[in-house]
Design a protein around this ligand. Sequence first.
Ligand SMILES: [Zn+2]
Length: 465
Amino acid sequence: MAFMGGTFVFPGGALDEADTSDAMAARSVLGRDEARTRLGENVAADVALGLFCAGLRELYEEAGLLIAHGESGRAVDPAKVREVYAPHHAEVGHDPSRFAAFLEEEGLTLSTELLVPHGRLITPERSPIRFDARFFVAPMPDGQAVVPHPTEVHEWLWITPGEALQRAHDKKMDVPIPTLAILQGLAETPRYEDILQGRHEQRAIEVTELSPLVTCVLAPNPGLMEGAGTNTYIVGNDEVAIIDPAVADAVYIERVAREAGKRGVVKTILITHGHIDHIGGIAPLAEQMGVEVAAFASEAQFVDRTIADGETIAIGGATLRALHTPGHAPDHLCFVLEEEQSIFAGDVVAGFGTVVVGNLHEYMATLARLRALDPVRIYPGHGPVIDDGVAKLDEYIEHRTERERQVLEALAAGLDEVPAMVKHIYADVPEALHIVAARSVLSHLEKLETEGRVTHDGERWELAG
Ligand SMILES: [Zn+2]
C-alpha cells in the first residue's frame, strides 16, 4: 500500500487499548495465553492477543479484507463482505469497540489462529520514522478482494515478496527499511502454507540465547576456516550492539534484525576485525538499521567510527571494553563484557580447531593480555562458547610455547633450515601437512627474530649470540 509520502508498506496500524479488551477477546479464536505463546515474546497475554486482533482489524480497515468465520465455523461469506460490509469497512475497522460490536452483531469470530507471527522490528532512535512493529503473515481469504481505504490508501499492489524486492531494488517502488527487511525474509518462502508449516522459520538459522545479555545468531557460512559458521552476537537489553555481521544472506540478515529487535533498539555495529567472514553482512544490515559501524581500523570503507584500545562502550546494561589484540589480524579488537567478565574474542580464540596467526609475536602478547583478565567465558568468532576461558587460554599459550621450545631445540641441534626442522618436529604428522607446518615454524622463527633470539641469513637460521 502507498502510504507516508508514496512509500509502500504492509497494511497495519497502532495497537489501540480497546484491541486488548474483553469484548474483542470474545471475538477471537485464539485465547490470550495461546496468543502469547504463539507470539513468543515477553508481553502481557491481553496485549499479545490485542496485537493479533489489531492486525486483523487494521487489515479490514485499510484493505477491506475480513479474516473471520461465522457461527457455522465456515469462513465469512465473501459476497457479503464485498457487497454488504464493504461500504463501511474503513469506519468500522477504525474503531476497535465498534469493530468488536460489529463482529458480535454479525455472529463473526476473528480467525486469529491463521495469523503466523513474523517478528518484530524496531527502528533506531535517530531514524526519521519511529517504528516498533510486529508482523504477521495471513492467508488471502478466498473470494475476497481488496477494497482500499478511501482516503489513507493512495495505491495498492498485490505482488509476491520477491517481486516487491526487485521493484524496490530497481528503485521503481519506495519501500521503507522495516518493510524491506520483512520482504527479504519472506522472499524465500512466499507461500503461506510453507510459512505455516515452517512456523515462519524459512531456512533454519540457529539462534541461541547465551546469557541475559547475549544472543548468538549463527551465520550460514560454514567452511574449513569458519567451522559451523561465524557467530554474530547481539549484546544488551533495550539498546543493543551487534558484533560481526558475517554475510549478506537475506534470511540471516532478517533473522539478526529480528533477534536484535527482541532485545531492543540497535545502536551500533561493532567489528572485531576486517576479515570477510566478519564483515560481509555490514552493508545490508547497516543500511537496514541506519546505525554506525565501529571498528579499530579507520581506513576500511565500512567504518563510521574508530574504536581506540581501552575505549569503553556502554550499551543496554552491557559495558564493553575494547582491547586492541593484534596477531590473527593487525586490526583485531576483542570486547570485554565487564558484567560477565567475559570476552568476545573474534578470531583470537576459536571454539574449534586452531587459529590462523599472522604475527606470532603480537599474537602471544595478545593471549597473555587476555589471560591476565582471568576471563570466565569466551565468546569466540567461530565454534561453541568456551565456558572456562582461563583454561582455554592456558592451553593456547602452552601449545605455542611448547612449539617454540621445539624450534629452539632443533636450532640448537644444528637444524638450520625450515624443511629440516619441520621433518624433525612434525615427525608424526603426515607429509601432506608439512607445508602448513612449515608456515607455523617460520612464524615462530620470525617471532624469535623480533625478540632478538635468533638471526638468519637467507634460508639459514641460527640462535643469536
Ligand atoms: Zn579472521
